[in-house]
Design a binder for this molecule. Structure first.
Ligand code: SAJ
Length: 424
């Protein structure tokens, strides 16, 4: 008998669903669990509720072959993977209520020999908290290892942390090929989880502790946030001295040990703008660079709004194209998008003078429509507008030649239209 015959994935979102489908495609029986009835029904029909290349075909295949089934409640399995959201609240404090609810939901069906893995991005110590919560709910179980030696031979389960690190848009490829770091609450838990991941991951599965693995994930995204903050700070300095930031970065990056990232309208997405707060909240007195980076990146969004308002107020009869709403290029994801925040602000102030262009969304966001924004494609917007605020570096925008946009007064937050004089 195989050690991991049945896997229960709790949370069918951006990480849980692709992970469930991938494991099911290896012939392992997977139950995908979500508290949202509509999500469970969508996946049970072999369809998907998120947009990710190649995921639709994979889900259709594993559902029709019967290796992926769905339910609103967990059932007995060998492995339980928790991939639920861990947002921050209004005070930027981690909200772990969904992890706790997921643990509660599996507690009743856990059995000796089970492996429980947390994949959700989490503050230091969360996985140990999961282990504690399990034994509080199930005093008959023991978390750890070496059952024979300490008298828990028939009651042992394993608990480990293994963060997801995949890039939206490349999830299926990165799920298989990225290295993983795996930290159990005991070394035996680590080894067990390592065996499980090796059954479907091609990248290295590197062993560590649960606390280190939690911090590794937070470190990756805080590192990126800080580097983007450097670029955004530089863009504001260049702005003051009327120097082209894109040229400065290109030239500085010719140094063999310098790699400045790209400035933008701020940092979006559900990870990089959120995860640093998990470290800041744990060690506010020490995480000073990370805290400042968050402030700098948020400040950049407000500066773009102020710049746009100043330009628009100088041209009282102009129409304005807001180019892009998503949090980064060539995706349809609006979560924490600074472009969306800027567009919302401008539409609330200038109404139908703002023409929204977002080639990756089939339906315009309701709140912008309700505020009176008009939606058009890039060709229409270029003809209808005298001002363009470029907020996302979508491929469609890169293709617009200078000859077609020479008449526009441009705020180019992404450095896409740098073949003409522009503000940043
Ligand atoms: N951004 C810039 N300038 C840059 C790079 C990015 O302004 O030079 C902005 C983007 O426009 C976007 C935001 O940062 O608004 C985040 O985009 P991203 O492409 O850097 O990252 P995400 O959020 O799509 O995915 C990140 C990845 N983490 C790292 O690269 C360290 C991914 O590997 C993680 O799995 C993911 O977060 C996650 O789930 O945590």
């Amino acid at each position: 008998m195989h050690e991991f015959e049945k896997v229960c994935v709790v949370g069918l979102g951006y990480i849980g669903l692709p992970t469930a489908a991938l494991i099911a495609s290896r012939g392992i029986q997977v139950l995908g669990v979500d508290t949202k009835d509509d999500v469970v029904k969508t996946v049970a029909a072999g369809t998907i509720h998120i947009s990710e290349p190649d995921l639709d075909g994979l889900v259709a295949k594993v559902v029709s072959s019967g290796t992926l089934t769905t339910a609103t409640k967990p059932q007995a399995a060998d492995v339980f993977m928790i991939a639920v959201p861990t947002p921050i609240d209004r005070d930027n404090k981690p909200d772990l209520s969904m992890v706790r609810a997921a643990v509660d939901s599996i507690a009743d069906v856990l059995a000796p020999g089970n492996l429980v893995i947390l994949e959700s991005t989490s503050p230091i110590g969360t996985t140990e908290g999961v282990a504690t919560q399990i034994v509080e709910r199930r005093p008959d179980l023991h978390v750890g290892s070496n059952g024979k030696a300490n008298g828990h031979a028939n009651a042992t389960i394993n608990v480990a942390y293994c963060p997801e690190r995949v890039l939206p848009g490349r999830i299926l490829t990165e799920l298989i090929n990225n290295d993983r770091c795996i930290g159990g609450v005991t070394p035996a838990c680590t080894r067990r989880a390592q065996r499980f991941y090796k059954s479907f991951v091609r990248g290295a599965c590197v062993a560590t502790t649960a606390r280190a693995a939690e911090l590794v994930k937070l470190t990756e995204n805080a590192y990126r946030d800080t580097n983007i903050a450097f670029a955004n700070e530089l863009s504001m300095i260049c702005d003051r001295f009327d120097i082209n930031v894109w040229e400065v970065i290109d030239l500085a990056n010719r140094h063999p040990r310098v790699n400045v990232l790209r400035p933008g309208p701020g940092v979006g997405g559900h990870c990089i703008a959120v995860d640093p707060w998990f470290i800041i909240d744990s060690a506010p007195d020490l995480a000073r660079v990370m805290r400042t980076s968050r402030d700098v990146n948020n400040d950049k969004t407000h500066r773009i709004i102020a710049q746009a308002e100043a330009l628009i107020d100088d041209h009282p009869y102009a129409n304005i194209a807001c180019c892009g709403l998503t949090f980064k290029a060539n995706i349809d994801d609006l979560r924490e998008s600074p472009a969306m925040e800027i567009a919302q602000h401008l539409v609330a102030k200038y109404g139908s003078r703002i023409k929204i262009v977002e080639p990756n969304l089939r339906n315009p966001p309701r709140d912008l429509a309700d505020l009176g924004a008009e939606f058009m494609d890039i060709d229409e917007a270029i003809h209808a507008c005298e001002i363009a605020i470029l907020l996302v570096d979508h491929d469609e925008f890169k293709l617009v030649p200078l000859a077609e946009r020479r008449h526009l007064d441009v705020i180019d937050t992404r450095g896409v239209w740098q073949d003409m004089p522009a503000r940043t």
